[in-house]
Structures are given as structure tokens and as C-alpha cells.
Design a protein around this ligand. Structure first.
Ligand code: FAD
Ligand code: NAD
Length: 485
């Protein structure tokens, strides 16, 4: 693992009591703290690794930095004139160096300065709850400090890579998302277990960086979204030279004395690789948090109501990955804004706005979670898939359109291909789901999120005119496919 650089504690005059104690200074904890401070409360945030958390150093940011060069190169290759200017392939060393800069060289000084500027006190150490509204902070030097929260404790401890019970796997020192996103080398032969978002993005990145990648998925790829998305990603990975094994999972994994890893598959085949990455989902970071001191189950996801308050404990909040509502930075930060605001409101005489879509609830978590997967092609989706809408008992109509038929696609590059799907709730005349798959479509997603959250009637959407010739004309084509209501 890369050496971590932590900047000294900013909690200059440590108090025994703060209005709010936030456990975990990832993107989500930082935002809970910020909103609570803006609401007039004193806040202590406690972090035992780097301020900024997973997203800044081992997840969103470094992974996107690893993917960007190949995406730009692919776009240039598709455009006559630009294509001729390309004289080489992806420069892996330059990509890794750029990734290092994007990950701030695993130094959290910048984020600590932001905490200082915002008026949030920081303590370094591992936190455990110690009964109602009390926490004990164990510092790296062995010292401990007990702090009481006058109003609330917010658990924002995130998630970690889950380890499936495959014989020999744990003993084989597999990489997780942390090692693959911070690697200093490009393994010549790389196997990835798990066909979810991490597996697909890292297979895309490392194929472009020169690894011979084998992606092992027990179902299709990207199971949570429309099936055509995973199919398009599998097709492109294979075209780019990766091996994609669907509907299978290793029987056994072993690492030999020379460092190589063998993977035995159910069909009798044995793969040999240099590194293996486990990308089979996440586990909550709640195992060593003192949850048992307040009657909760250590190691469990923390179930919350829409104000992000842990069910049955009126002073405790769980925000971000740890509540398992939507494991995404932007959605965790959305929850954090609601949580910080409601904590401040409950600490004062302000009224609580907890009706659906109110200021103090994370209503969008249920039906309007946007996500962009930065594979090739990109996959962007929000709301329900056609199957999910049907399972909900909605009377739906589905409209699909091939992106390659758009004038904007013709200009974008040669042989542009992609698919968009709109799922309409026929009874309400609004969109409940939108998925788009194609190169460079991620930035198109927010229009769909606004349409779904705003419950914009289809009849009114006909008046939202996309510019010609952009890929946004997908909206016009989907509406024409549906017909004017
Ligand atoms: C490879 C990868 C790529 C991703 N890419 C994206 C993406 O492109 N877009 C996106 O939206 N999401 C992405 N995600 C998901 C995103 O990283 C998470 O949703 C997000 O980091 C969750 O933020 P969090 O603040 O809840 O948790 P974290 O970022 O995990 O922060 C929790 C913090 O709590 C600290 N902590 C834990 N326990 C204690 C304790 N007892 N005492 C003190 N401190 C403690 C930890 O050290 C950590 O800093 C990705 C995830 C992975 C794995
Ligand atoms: N661009 C983004 O938004 C982005 C990028 C990366 C990660 N993330 C977030 O991080 C979270 C974690 O991602 P992830 O990919 O680890 O989890 P995931 O839940 O998306 O996918 C895990 C996959 O592993 C498979 N799997 C589980 N056990 C297996 C086994 N024994 N053998 C083979 N396959 C197995 C599952 O069927 C599933 O398809 C996601 O919830 C995602 O939202 C987001």
C-alpha cells in the first residue's frame, strides 16, 4: 500500500463535549459536519486514515484517472483527421503518474485545510461508541480521549471490499479496489472476480494499460442495470482483448511461491495470472465501532429512516455507504446535506421538513439514484429499470432508441453505437427510468435525473428542445417514439 501522509490534528483546544460527533471523514462525513456547522453547531470529526476517505484516494477519483486517457484516445481514433495525429498507444507510466496527482499523492493536507476553514474540529484516531452519545477515540500513540455529543453522533464509516468464501482466496493475498486503484505497476496478467461496477471499470482501465485481463462474473455484467448495458460492455471488452467469463466463479485460488496465482474454474480450466482482484461487493465498516454498547449488531449495515436516523436510536445517524441505501459518493453527500440540516434543526426550535422531498429527507434514494459507470462504452442510468418498474406493479411503456441514428452521433465519430431506454409510468405520464449506453454519454444523465425527480409530464417535455446536432437529441427521439400524449 502507498504510504499515507496525514496532516496534524486541527482540534487545537480539544473539548469534552461537542454538539455533534461525526465518525469518519470521507466525503459523506465531511458534508454532514459542514451542514451541521452551518446550522450553528459545534462539530468534531474523527478520522483514522485520510481525511477525504475512500473516494479521494482509493475509489472514484483514482479509478476515473486510470480510465480517462483511454477514453480520450478512443474518441480521437473515431474522428477522421484526429485519428491520423495519433502516433502511439496509452502511456501507462504517464497515466499512473496522473492518477497519483489526482489522488493528491495520498496526502490529506488539502482536505484538512478545508476542515479548518469550515470550522470543523478534527481528531485523529479510531472511534468506538461507549454508550449513549459518548465515544472513545484511540489515537495512534496509544492515548485515548472520551468525547460526549450533546445532540447527535453521525456514523459515516463507509464500506470495505467484501471477501467471498472461495477456498484459498483470502490466503492468496488478493488485491481489492484499494490495491488496484493505487497500484504502481501494471500486472502483465490480471484476473478480476466480480462483474459489477468495480470489476467492469477496472477491466476497462487495465486492458487499456496493457494487462491481459480475465474478468470472471458469476452472472452477466452490471447486473443492476438494463441488460443491454452489460452486454455492450462485455462486447467492447472482448473486442479490446480482454477475456470475459460469464456465469462462473472460481472453485479455488492459490498463490505459488513465485508469486503467480492460479484460479481453478468449475469447467476444469486453470488460469495463471500475476495478480487477482476481488470486486464482489462491499461490507459495512461497523465491526469495531462499539455498536454492542448501544444494543446494535456489530458488523451490520445500519438501517435508517429517511432523515438518516438509525431506527430506534433518536440521537444516532448513519450516512453514506454504511446505511446501504446507495453506495455512491454523490448520493451519500446528498444524504449528508439532509442529515446535517436535520441534526441542526432538531437541536433548535426549527420545524422539521420530513415529508417526501422535504429539506430534511433523502427521498431520491428510493427511486431516483443516478449512476455513471465509466466503462467503454459508458453506462448512465437513473431511476427504475423496465423490470424493476414492472415488479413495482407500475403500468409502464418502454421506448428504446439507437444512438447511432442521431445526427449528433454522426458528427461525434465514425460508427458511433449506443442505446437509450426510457421507462414511462403510463398512469402518471412521467418518466420513472432512463438508461443510456454509449461513448461519452455520462454528461447526458442529469437531464433525466431532473425529469424524474421533477416528475415532469411527458407533454411538457415536448417543449424542452435539445440543440441540433447534439447527442441530447436522444430526448426528442425517445419522445417521438412514445408519441405526443
Ligand atoms: C473502486 C471504486 C470506485 C468508485 N467510483 C465511484 C464513482 O465513480 N462515483 C461514485 O459516486 N461512487 C464511486 N464509488 C463509491 C464511493 O467510493 C463510495 O460510495 C464513497 O466513498 C462512500 O463514502 P463514505 O464517506 O460513506 O465512506 P468512505 O469514503 O469509506 O469514508 C469513511 C471514512 O471513515 C473512516 N473510518 C471508518 N471507521 C472509523 C472509525 N472507527 N474511526 C474513525 N474513522 C473511521 C475511514 O477511514 C474513512 O475515511 C466507488 C467505489 C469504489 C470501491
Ligand atoms: N462509477 C461508479 O459509480 C462506481 C464505480 C465503482 C464502484 N461504485 C460503487 O461501489 C460499489 C461496489 O462495487 P462492486 O463492483 O464491488 O460491487 P457490485 O455489487 O456492483 O458488484 C459485485 C459483483 O460481484 C459478483 N459476485 C459476488 N460474489 C461473486 C463470486 N463469488 N464470484 C463471482 N462473482 C461474484 C456479484 O454478482 C456482482 O455482480 C457499488 O455499489 C457501486 O455503486 C460505483
Amino acid at each position: 500500500m502507498r504510504p499515507l501522509t496525514t496532516t496534524a490534528q486541527t482540534d487545537a483546544a480539544p473539548l469534552d463535549t461537542y454538539d455533534v460527533v461525526v465518525i469518519g471523514a470521507g466525503a459523506v462525513g465531511e458534508n454532514v459536519a459542514d451542514r451541521a456547522v452551518q446550522g450553528g453547531l459545534t462539530v468534531l470529526i474523527v478520522e483514522n486514515e485520510l481525511v477525504g476517505g475512500e473516494c479521494s484516494y482509493w475509489a472514484c477519483m483514482p479509478s476515473k484517472a486510470l480510465l480517462r486517457a483511454a477514453s480520450v484516445l478512443r474518441a480521437a481514433h473515431a474522428v477522421p483527421g484526429a485519428r491520423a495525429a495519433i502516433t502511439g498507444t496509452v502511456d501507462a507510466a504517464a497515466v499512473l503518474a496522473s492518477r497519483d496527482a489526482v489522488a493528491s499523492h495520498w496526502d490529506d493536507a488539502g482536505q484538512v485545510r478545508w476542515l479548518q476553514k469550515t470550522g470543523i474540529a478534527l481528531a485523529r484516531g479510531h472511534v468506538r461508541l461507549d454508550g449513549e452519545r459518548r465515544v472513545v477515540i484511540a489515537a495512534a500513540d496509544g492515548g485515548t480521549r472520551t468525547v460526549t455529543a450533546a445532540h447527535a453522533v453521525a456514523i459515516c464509516t463507509g464500506s470495505t471490499a467484501a471477501m467471498p468464501p472461495i477456498p484459498g482466496l483470502a490466503e492468496s493475498r488478493p488485491w481489492t479496489s484499494r490495491e488496484i486503484t493505487s497500484t504502481e505497476t501494471v500486472p502483465a496478467r490480471l484476473a478480476i472476480i466480480g462483474g459489477g461496477v468495480v470489476g467492469c471499470e477496472m477491466a476497462t482501465a487495465f486492458t487499456s494499460l496493457g494487462s491481459a485481463v480475465t474478468l470472471i462474473a458469476r452472472s452477466g455484467l452490471l447486473a443492476g442495470v438494463e441488460a443491454f448495458a452489460g452486454e455492450a460492455v462485455a462486447e467492447r471488452l472482448r473486442a479490446d482483448g480482454a477475456e470475459v467469463l460469464l456465469g462462473t466463479s472460481p472453485d479455488r485460488v492459490d498463490r505459488a511461491a513465485d508469486g503467480s496465482v492460479t484460479i481453478a474454474l468449475p469447467d476444469g480450466r486453470v488460469l495463471e495470472v500475476d495478480e487477482i482482484v476481488v470486486a464482489t461487493g462491499r461490507a459495512p465498516v461497523t465491526g469495531d465501532l462499539g455498536l454492542e454498547t448501544i444494543g446494535l449488531e456489530p458488523g451490520s449495515w445500519l438501517e435508517v429512516d429517511d432523515t438518516l436516523r438509525v431506527r430506534g436510536v433518536d440521537w444516532l445517524y448513519a450516512v453514506g455507504d454504511v446505511n446501504h441505501r446507495a453506495l455512491l459518493t454523490h448520493q451519500g453527500k446528498y444524504q449528508a446535506r439532509a442529515a446535517g440540516d436535520v441534526i441542526a434543526a432538531r437541536a433548535s426550535t426549527a420545524s422539521i421538513d420530513d415529508a417526501p422531498w422535504g429539506a430534511h429527507v433523502a427521498t431520491a434514494d428510493h427511486d431516483a439514484v443516478p449512476q455513471v459507470t465509466f466503462t467503454s462504452p459508458e453506462v448512465a442510468s437513473v431511476g427504475l429499470t423496465a423490470a424493476q418498474a414492472e415488479q413495482r406493479g407500475l403500468r409502464t411503456r418502454v421506448v428504446d432508441y439507437e444512438l447511432g441514428w442521431l445526427a449528433g452521433a454522426t458528427v461525434h465519430g465514425d460508427d458511433y453505437r449506443g442505446t437509450a431506454r426510457m421507462v414511462v409510468d403510463e398512469d402518471r405520464g412521467v418518466i420513472v427510468g432512463f438508461t443510456i449506453v454509449g461513448d461519452d454519454v455520462g454528461e447526458l444523465l442529469h437531464a433525466a435525473t431532473i425529469a424524474i425527480v421533477g416528475e415532469v409530464p411527458l407533454a411538457r417535455l415536448w417543449h424542452a428542445v435539445p440543440s441540433y446536432p447534439t447527442l441530447s437529441e436522444i430526448w426528442l427521439r425517445l419522445l417521438e417514439g412514445y408519441g405526443r400524449p
